[in-house]
Write a protein that binds this ligand. Structure first.
Ligand code: ATP
Length: 279
């Protein structure tokens, strides 16, 4: 496949391939489809966002891709091998930092958790935790507890915990949805800086279309659930991006409008389909 990385076109093979992924939940009333059939791939080092109407199955899709939920149909491959269970090389950051951090552990111990089962020597654990905390600007907070930190700082701890395993792919499910608008923009820029420095591939779910366009190389738009891919839009904005200058460009406005229209059209189609015709 051809990918645009750092503004240059390169021939690459995908690091992550999602092929015909479908997922239904079991209920007493029968199987309830959440994701119908999703196909896309992600090249090494790409930043790809997934957007779609509320409830279209974005979280379900990410849990399936991360190997945390079994698929009903289709396949996910990571570097060409099936990804059907949590794997080294793939880390996940969730929206709700307050439920994903352990309040009784220090920040450093929270960040070190994923290394526990990996038999990493203690000295290396210390240096990797220190490095991950430095990357998110929390080098000074290692001995504090999560409850002593602001919401934005707690989410940075959760990001450091994802980074400590030095993942090839970082999956993020609405990671900034629970913080205020100003904190959100600084976390977006922090993430872009880490992405550029580490070369980690990022697969990012968001409700926020501006955020998806601002951050990404590509935006994958899903239909209303059970979802399929309705568009895969390349985001040709220059990098590095800037919260003011980038968002003032005509191209940003066009891309934002295009993604909005697709999501709105998808929502409208569903509400029309759900309305019974007058007799
Ligand atoms: N564990 C579950 N059991 C049964 N149904 C579920 C389960 N988890 C999610 N669903 C259903 O699957 C569909 C997709 O949910 P999901 O949370 O993946 O969507 P989403 O796009 O992430 O939602 P939102 O935009 O609100 O964050 C919804 O109809 C939801 O009710």
């Amino acid at each position: 496949m051809t990918a645009t990385i750092g503004g240059e076109k390169t021939m690459t093979s995908a690091v992550l391939e999602v092929a015909g992924l479908g997922k239904s939940y079991r209920s007493r009333a029968g199987d309830v489809p959440a994701v119908r059939s999703i196909t896309f791939d992600v090249a090494p080092g790409e930043f790809v966002s997934v957007v779609g109407p509320s409830g279209c199955g974005k979280t379900t899709l990410m849990m399936c891709i991360a190997g945390l939920l079994p698929l009903t149909t289709g396949a996910v491959t990571f570097r060409g091998t099936p990804l059907d269970a949590p794997r080294d090389g793939v880390a996940v950051v969730f929206q709700d930092y307050s439920r994903s951090l352990f309040p009784w552990l220090t920040v450093a111990k929270n960040v070190a958790l994923p290394l526990k089962d990996r038999k990493v020597p203690r000295k290396q654990v210390r240096s990797r935790v220190a490095h991950a905390l430095e990357m998110v600007g929390l080098g000074h907070a290692a001995d504090l507890h999560p409850w002593q930190l602001s919401g934005g700082m707690q989410q940075r701890v959760a990001i450091a915990r994802g980074l400590v395993v030095e993942p090839e792919v970082l999956i993020m499910d609405e990671p900034f949805a629970s913080v205020d608008a100003q904190t959100r923009t600084s976390l977006e820029d922090l993430l872009l800086r880490i992405w550029a420095e580490t070369g980690t591939t990022v697969l990012f779910v968001t409700h926020d279309i501006d955020e998806a366009v601002y951050l990404s190389d590509r935006v994958v738009v899903l239909s209303q659930g059970p979802s399929t891919v309705v568009a895969d839009i390349p985001i040709g904005l220059d990098r590095p991006r800037d919260q003011v200058a980038t968002k003032q460009t005509a191209l940003f406005g066009e891309l934002r409008g295009e993604v909005y229209s697709l999501v709105m059209a998808s929502e409208k189609r569903t509400s029309l389909a759900g309305r019974s015709d007058p007799e």
